[in-house]
Write a protein that binds this ligand. Sequence first.
Ligand SMILES: [Zn+2]
Length: 74
Amino acid sequence: MPKAKESLRGLGQKYGGTLRKRYARVFRTLKQARECPACSSMKLSRTASGIWSCKSCGYTVAGGAYDLAQAKAR
Ligand SMILES: [Zn+2]
């Protein structure tokens, strides 16, 4: 398990536990390595909200804001 401090980066003591946990989950999802659908490298990352692009081949694809797959309404 990662250190709490690392997974809750940027929030410190603020905003309360529930929100920080939610933020940590989104942050982990956002930063995890993803496979590029075009060249199969693990360089796919988010350029802007909903826009994902590959640093290796330049492939760009639309997706969800925090994950390549669009999240269902929570
Ligand atoms: Zn690629």
